[in-house]
Write a protein that binds this ligand. Sequence first.
Ligand SMILES: Cc1cc2nc3c(=O)[nH]c(=O)nc-3n(C[C@H](O)[C@H](O)[C@H](O)COP(=O)(O)O)c2cc1C
Length: 273
Amino acid sequence: MPNAENTTAPKGLWARFNAMPLDSAPRTITVAVALCLVCSMIVSGAAVMLKPQQEINKTLDKKTNILKVAGLYTDGVDVEKAFSAFEPRLVDVAAGKFSNAADPETYDQQAAAKDPARSIALVNDPASIKRQAKLASVYLLRDDADQIERIILPIHGYGLWSTLYGFIALNADGNEIYGLRFYSHGETPGLGAEVDNPKWMAQWPGKLVYGEDGSVDIGVDKAVPAGIDGSKYHIDAIAGATLTSRGVDNLVKFWMGDQGFKTFLDNLKKGEA
Ligand SMILES: Cc1cc2nc3c(=O)[nH]c(=O)nc-3n(C[C@H](O)[C@H](O)[C@H](O)COP(=O)(O)O)c2cc1C
């Protein structure tokens, strides 16, 4: 005879779970929740563990892109060694002068742009970036006579789906473009992502940023605007990606203009940066 006390006694959780039919709803839900918990712990653990390596890879990729835009990248090159050719500096964008307010080796311009203490909110914001870091990281390349040969400036702005981050390299006159490339964006492959297409990027070298009156004449457009010398100042927009192209036009004009690096480049020419 079964003992009445034993059959009514509360069972442990595990025993109650085991006693459930395999296809019962509570059992299915319990298994699903447990599985989700275990998986999320594995994924978040992996994300935390891999974060330092991701940061190292991000920095390496940025340096590779700076080398590429400056024409110093070759396959198999030791990126860290080649990168030591650059002189990283910080520029106070509003003053247009070099700044020693932070360490250029460790300064993170993207992080500074999000920090209200180290950035300004933009009222006139054609590049759609909302906030602009007060200090910008620039990279100088000097020749054997220690004269500036190339200036690499960070640029970013909104395309269609994403913020595009890149660099523009200028020759020593601070006007002729040596190259332009983006190292991060989320535009559509085959459409907006054609900003990475070497054929499209090949349009930039040799073009000029500033017209004779100092205005920013470089532009990305479907057609050459009236009054502009296309051979010097025009970049063809990407077919089927007018909105990304417009974003690039806006961001280049912004960063090369008065709110961007124009004052710095003018000062550099006068030896007053
Ligand atoms: C799925 C999808 C992805 C798109 N991605 C982009 C893009 O990355 N950049 C862009 O400018 N236009 C993109 N477009 C196209 C735009 O919606 C728009 O049609 C285009 O910019 C107009 O360019 P066009 O005047 O050269 O045709 C995309 C459209 C679709 C349907």
